[in-house]
Write a protein that binds this ligand. Sequence first.
Ligand SMILES: NC(=O)c1ccc[n+]([C@@H]2O[C@H](COP(=O)([O-])OP(=O)(O)OC[C@H]3O[C@@H](n4cnc5c(N)ncnc54)[C@H](O)[C@@H]3O)[C@@H](O)[C@H]2O)c1
Length: 296
Amino acid sequence: MNIEDIKKVLIIGSGTMGQQIGAVCAVHGLDVVLYDVSADALKNGAARTEKLVPKLAQIYGRDPKSAGRIIPTTDPNEASDVDFVSESVPEDPSLKEKIFTQFNGICPGRAIFTTNTSSLLPSMIADKTGRPDRFAALHFHDVRVTRIVDVMPHKGTSPEITETVSGFARRIGQIPVRLNKENHGYIFNAMFMNLLASALTLWTRDVASIQDIDRSWMGVMHTPIGPFGLMDQIGIDTVHKLTEYWAKKTDNRQGMANAEKLKPYVTGGKLGAKTGEGFYKYPGPEYSAKSFVEGS
Ligand SMILES: NC(=O)c1ccc[n+]([C@@H]2O[C@H](COP(=O)([O-])OP(=O)(O)OC[C@H]3O[C@@H](n4cnc5c(N)ncnc54)[C@H](O)[C@@H]3O)[C@@H](O)[C@H]2O)c1
């Protein structure tokens, strides 16, 4: 399949990521079928996707007038003539399996299937897609702030399809980075999670204060934010959930201690920027002051 043959894309799930991926496809001239199982979620998701189009057109230097159509639907049969599928339903392997089996029966045989999963591996669900050779992960970050996307095939993905998925990513203005093998957390997230875990360990072991850990990272790397500031942006509840999940899964005692240390923030509703307080107070967190790195 040539990239030019991809004209119509199915987005499964109209939540946070489905909206972004749908809008970035439309902005690059592709027709988008936006499917959700919930009519309420779809109404909200479609409105947000439409709203994102002019914003992304500006970011990506595209003419919003040449954007593709967005076709919101709760009818799976609208997918009968799509060329490419991007799945963004909740992170539940059995749900993802069910969805791919369902759409394998509806989409044309030529269609390429991709998942935007954060933590699962494509090989875990490949068989259920009914077309494992035409299936890979295409993982987006926030398309408003970065164009980097992970392309992660599994052992059974045809090399030609991996190439096409990368080409598709470029077609919609993204920068594909290719994994040679499956890896939990892809490329950026794998490095990033280790950074956060190291920062949490320094704090949990009382090696240094939150401020000095952030100051150290910001001062050496010349970044406007450090690991604890970043955790405030992500949401301490999400960081806690991930830390606890991986600590249990890998039987990691330090990880469990880090999760325990985060717990009072979660139970106390100090979840970060979204609640006005986490490791720092918002708006105007301490680390955003020019003098923060100097420590005065
Ligand atoms: N949020 C992020 O920052 C982010 C980043 C990269 C990847 N991801 C991954 O993307 C996927 C989606 O995450 P999200 O944050 O967009 O989730 P979300 O909860 O915002 O949206 C999920 C959507 O899927 C819909 N849905 C549920 N069951 C469905 C079904 N059977 N058929 C069709 N739609 C269904 C829901 O109604 C909802 O609208 C997850 O796998 C997640 O790990 C998330």
